[in-house]
Structure formats: structure tokens, C-alpha cells
Design a protein around this ligand. Structure first.
Ligand code: NAP
Ligand code: GLV
Length: 309
């Protein structure tokens, strides 16, 4: 019962020894020779298309990330095998930290004080808008979005969330379904996107949806680059409708050197680091999933192939 790691070159070492407890063989694809018939479990984030289909005795696939769009891009992904995504409080916590950090950087006008310090000037100012009047909307009120909502709520922001089905999160108003999207967007001074990338959510942030946001709204995308139409975002900022954006994820990663996003004065760029999967937490979760399957039980966090998340 061996495990195949499909990770970028050099990353196998992070996972090989923790996953090989009890003498289990763990092969790094592209590094270690292996017999495809020996592989029972595969672990990856973005597997090479067609490879998983070539493993005749595969029982399940584990994602190293919460998002599984990298698997579903593979037209030959074996959809009859469970795909188990990574859900863990450490990941949700880091994502919520990132959301809070970037809301607060704008809300507390960090750039203003940095500019004043650069000129050795004592430039006091009030908050541009009181906290209790600064509305934060979370697009995708799932595992991660809920923790983002709770942390921002606890800081005194009025928080709303949008999801496919209605949610009940204390102190957070829930909007559900396409029919309530416009009303939700109209109440977001900050919009934090934590949706999964599916055919339904691709380019959900575009000229039309930006226009539904109040003037001066700030967009934070920590989900997937495919959620944002990047030229539409730049136009909405340059036109003055949006005040700016923080982007952690991009249509093309790494963000090409030629992208105008790099040098845009109102966009903060981070290189897909809002939360990085902890090898300790992921190993714990994969080993527990394997033990569950080996007992003949249904593992947790199996992706619904019809929804795509
Ligand atoms: P999740 O638990 O599956 O939550 C997804 C949420 O989105 C759910 O509330 C779901 O609604 C909602 N949703 C999905 N499709 C929708 C649609 N068509 N209309 C309205 N709502 C929709 O996922 P998660 O664990 O929170 O992760 C979210 C995403 O974060 C991942 O897919 C990944 O792309 C991203 N991520 C990024 C990083 C990073 O470092 N940048 C790190 C981790 C995760 P229902 O609950 O009603 O179905
Ligand atoms: C990271 O992007 C993840 O999906 O966990």
C-alpha cells in the first residue's frame, strides 16, 4: 500500500518521511522509480494531467490544498475515486489572519502614516470611516470564509457572507444564491473572495459585479486568480469606482513579469501565500483519511464532483 507524491521538484522531502510511518513506501513522482500498480493513494495539489488515471489500484486522492481546481482541470481525473480536500483549522486561521491584515491596512490607513513617517511629519488623522460603519462582505461562507467572517466580526465590523446555501453564523448576515448576489455586493465596503473556483464562479468578479459594489470599495482576492477578470479590475480601479485591491492569486501564476498588476499603485500583490498548507497538519489529515478508508469507512471532506468543490 504505497503513496505517490505528485509535487513540484524539491518538495517531496517535506512529505516523504512524515507519510512513511509504519514502513509505508512513499514515492516522489519524477524522482523515485515506482511501479504504478503499487500505488494506492496519491497526494498532490496540481497533478500532471492523465497521470492519476494511469494508476490501476488507486483508492483515493488527497489534495494538499483546500481548493481542488488543479485536479479538476485534468480531463482524465478518475472521478469515481474519492478526492479528499485539505480542511484544517490552521489553514482557516492563516487565511483569516490575511483577510484581517489587509482589511485593517486599508481601514487604519497604514499607507498614510508610512508616507508621513517618510517625511518625518506628525500627520494625525481620524479613521476615514468608523469601524461600525465599514461593511465587510465575504464571498464564499464555507470552512475558511466562516472563520474570516468571525474574526472580522469580532473586530467590530458589520459582516455579511454570500454562499450557495443559507448559513447561520452568529452576527453575520447570510445571503444565498445568484438571486441575492447584487444585494450582498451593494453592502460591501470591503469584499473578501474565498470561493472555490468552479465553472459557476469563474470571473465572478468582473465589470458588472464591480459596478454593484459601493463607490470606493476595496477588493481582496485570496481564493483563485480565475475569480477575477484582471483587466476589468484594473479598469474599475483606474476609473475610480474601486479604491484598490489586494491580490494573492492570479490567472497565471507566477504573475508574469509583464503584468501591469505588479506596478499598479493601488494593488497589493502577494505570491499565493495567504495560507500555506502546514506539512504537519496535512500529514495528520492524510494519515487519518487513509486509516478511515482502510477501516472501510467514508472519509471526511470528499469533494462533490457535480458541484466541483
Ligand atoms: P468550502 O468550505 O468548500 O467553501 C466554499 C464556499 O463557497 C461555500 O460557502 C459555498 O457555498 C460557496 N460557493 C461555492 N460555489 C458557489 C456558488 N456558485 N455560489 C455561491 N456560493 C458558492 O471551501 P474553503 O475550504 O472555505 O476554501 C475556499 C477556497 O479558498 C478554496 O477553494 C481555495 O481556492 C481558496 N484557498 C486559497 C488559499 C491561498 O493561499 N490563497 C489557501 C486556502 C484556500 P455552500 O456552502 O452553500 O455550498
Ligand atoms: C491553497 O491555495 C489552497 O487551496 O489550500
Amino acid at each position: 500500500m504505497s503513496i505517490l507524491l505528485l509535487v513540484p521538484p524539491g518538495w517531496g522531502g517535506l512529505w516523504q518521511s512524515p507519510l512513511s510511518v509504519g514502513g509505508r513506501k512513499v514515492y516522489a513522482h519524477g524522482v523515485d522509480p515506482y511501479d504504478p500498480a503499487e500505488i494506492v493513494y496519491a497526494v498532490s495539489f496540481r497533478p500532471p494531467p492523465g497521470l492519476l488515471k494511469s494508476l490501476p489500484n488507486l483508492k483515493a486522492v488527497f489534495s494538499l490544498g483546500a481548493g481542488v481546481d488543479g485536479f479538476l482541470l485534468d480531463p482524465d481525473f478518475p472521478k469515481d475515486k474519492p478526492l479528499i480536500r485539505f480542511v484544517d483549522e490552521t489553514l482557516s486561521r492563516e487565511m483569516a489572519q490575511f483577510a484581517v491584515l489587509h482589511v485593517l491596512m486599508q481601514h487604519r490607513t497604514v499607507a498614510h502614516f508610512a508616507a508621513a513617517q517618510a517625511e518625518s511629519t506628525w500627520r494625525q488623522r481620524m479613521l476615514p470611516r468608523p469601524t461600525e460603519e465599514t461593511r465587510v462582505g465575504i464571498l464564499g461562507l464555507g470552512e475558511i470564509g466562516t472563520v474570516c467572517a468571525e474574526r472580522l466580526r469580532d473586530m467590530g465590523f458589520p459582516v455579511t457572507g454570500w454562499s450557495r446555501t443559507r448559513k447561520s453564523v452568529e452576527g453575520v448576515k447570510s445571503y444565498a444564491g445568484a438571486g441575492e448576489l447584487d444585494t450582498f455586493l451593494a453592502g460591501c465596503d470591503f469584499l473578501v473572495c474565498v470561493l472555490p473556483l468552479t465553472p459557476d464562479t469563474r470571473h465572478i468578479l468582473n465589470t458588472e459585479t464591480f459596478a454593484r459594489l459601493p463607490k470606493g470599495a476595496y477588493v481582496i482576492n485570496i481564493a483563485r486568480g480565475g475569480h477575477v477578470n484582471e483587466p476589468d479590475l484594473i479598469a474599475a480601479i483606474d476609473y475610480g469606482h474601486l479604491s484598490g485591491a489586494t491580490l494573492d492569486v492570479f490567472e497565471t501564476e507566477p504573475l508574469p513579469e509583464t503584468s501591469p498588476i505588479w506596478k499598479h499603485p493601488k494593488i497589493i500583490v502577494t505570491p499565493h501565500v495567504a495560507a500555506i498548507t502546514s506539512p504537519t497538519a496535512a500529514t495528520r489529515s492524510i494519515l487519518s483519511g487513509i486509516a478511515t478508508i482502510e477501516r472501510g469507512e467514508e472519509p471526511k471532506n470528499v469533494v462533490d464532483m457535480t458541484r466541483g468543490y
